[in-house]
Design a protein around this ligand. Sequence first.
Ligand SMILES: NC(=O)c1ccc[n+]([C@@H]2O[C@H](COP(=O)([O-])OP(=O)(O)OC[C@H]3O[C@@H](n4cnc5c(N)ncnc54)[C@H](OP(=O)(O)O)[C@@H]3O)[C@@H](O)[C@H]2O)c1
Length: 379
Amino acid sequence: MLSDKDIFNEYENSILNGIIFSKALTYTSFWNLSVSNIPIPVNIKSNEILVRVKAVSINPIDILLHRLSIFFIGSKTKVFCGDYSGIVLKAGDESGYESGDSVFGYILNPLSIKGTFSQYIVVNPKKSIFCDKIPKGMIYEQAASLSCVAATGYGALKLGLLKSKNSNQDLEGALKGKNILIIGAGTSVGSYAVEIAKKYMKANKIVVTCALRSEQRLEKNGADVLIDYTEGDLKNINEVLEFVKNNGKFDMVLDCVRNDSYYKYLNMILKKPNENGSFIRVYGVNSMNLFSTKLLSLILPTYISMKYWLLNKLGVFEFPIYTFKLSYDVTFKDVLHKMWERDELDTPIDSIFRGWEQYDLALHRVSTSKASGKVVCIL
Ligand SMILES: NC(=O)c1ccc[n+]([C@@H]2O[C@H](COP(=O)([O-])OP(=O)(O)OC[C@H]3O[C@@H](n4cnc5c(N)ncnc54)[C@H](OP(=O)(O)O)[C@@H]3O)[C@@H](O)[C@H]2O)c1
């Protein structure tokens, strides 16, 4: 990784007529993706910052957006990615940042030139889903890996608490005495949900489904009962029912992988909405393997989820299905800082790829859905 001094020298020597050419991972449509140079104006607005990106992490949505893209939708040249960490080269007077600050964040500008897999990016912190100074002791690779997935894990739990009308603004300790089930906790989103639920919201018992290889990590992060999803849904549901028999129904079920098999058992495992039970699913496509998923499923719900949604509207199925989509949340920053300062935040990283030549390996790793933690690229 370049030193900060080298970065400032490189930047100052590369500006030409108010423009700097930035190496970036770009595409125009789903059939191309390559490294090219894009012009970035350095005369930023007063509420913007110019950042030299040091690291990015790839999310499933980045890959899906690329696969969905057609040349006449969005910008002609589209830049890949949304998570980043880096150093502020130039800061507008009203941006709240200064030159030299280390920052990280998540931007969702689908199919635009404003992606983050780029040496230089211009960010409007107030219009980002997340943007902040990197906390002391956190390295760039960790910082690049956590904004999207940690904010999603937190936001989904928060939605569950709000829908159960069981919470006030401060969510610290909000799950005290409550048991929750997290389906697909081996995902990065699920992993953060486990640690936030246990360490920050103080959940009583957390039951998770994950593969054997994720068990140790999730146990360390706060999971109490671990169920191996590779043994099949039926066996899993029996184990969940066994837990319910001994401990009572769950207060919240959070599904990070959209496993439709659980709907028909919800009345046996989840407290009713009038007892403050809530069911939340994280928005996404219906298959975790991005090679085999149907892109249309990003837009259309599955037949089963549609059926249960309709049954709920007709009053036959008592559980509303809430889907969490990530958006700006003013409360997340504080939670993240508190957990980091208390040494409570584990930042799972699966692999780190260096330089501009290995992006296809990184993308492939995320697409298989076998990454155990985040896939980070150092730029
Ligand atoms: N709503 C939003 O705004 C938002 C934001 C971020 C992500 N998402 C969505 O949330 C999901 C998770 O994203 P992520 O980035 O956290 O994923 P990820 O880290 O790439 O997930 C990979 C992990 O998923 C687990 N997994 C794979 N297939 C599974 C299955 N069939 N059942 C249970 N677990 C399985 C595996 O863990 P083990 O096998 O080791 O257990 C694997 O290591 C994705 O669908 C993503 O699109 C939505």
